[in-house]
Design a protein around this ligand. Structure first.
Ligand code: INI
Length: 156
């Protein structure tokens, strides 16, 4: 019988950092609400979550890295909204943020969850930050599951 490992939705005792960008805050504040609500629903204590606001998605990785390096933080959730404009700026910011976040996970061994929307339009961003479809909510679940899965992996 194969040994199967999967992270559960057990948030109790998990300490997380949440980094959220001010740029497009009409979207990112909704991602943050969805994220915090879901963390709480799954047993993560409010006092175990630290939220840091940064200017834009470009600035997310440096702060998320500092948080992820801390002993008492199990993982970080990164929330942002990069919306395509008329220039290639979008591509640089989106790629820098996403690759930076991935690098944090690989260099620290802690989950760094990608909750940065990269959309062509504001409408697409709205659709992914609403009550029923909210990527902040998905990011919260991913963080809890990953912390649990990595904890289990350490034990084998
Ligand atoms: N930052 C975002 O979070 N989303 C965007 O859509 C965006 N665009 O399109 O420019 C954006 N730019 C700002 C960037 O993240 C930095 O804050 C800025 O360049 C200062 O370093």
């Amino acid at each position: 019988m194969a040994k199967v490992i999967q992270g559960g939705k057990k948030g109790k005792g998990i300490k997380l950092g949440v980094v959220v960008s001010k740029f497009n805050d009409f979207i990112t504040s909704k991602l943050l609400d969805g994220c915090l609500e879901e963390l709480s629903k799954n047993g993560v204590k409010k006092s175990d979550v630290i939220v840091v606001w940064v200017p834009g998605a470009w600035e997310i990785p440096i702060v998320a890295l500092q948080l992820a390096k801390k002993k008492n933080i199990h993982g970080v959730i990164c929330l942002g909204a990069v919306i395509r404009g008329e220039t290639s700026h979008f591509d640089f910011v989106a790629r820098g943020a996403c690759e930076g976040i991935q690098e944090i996970a690989l260099s620290t061994g802690k989950p760094a969850i990608l909750g940065v929307l990269t959309t062509d339009t504001i409408d697409q961003a709205y659709k992914r930050s609403g009550k029923n479809n909210n990527k902040g909510h998905d990011a919260a679940i991913a963080a809890i599951e990953m912390v649990d899965a990595l904890k289990k992996l350490k034990k084998i």
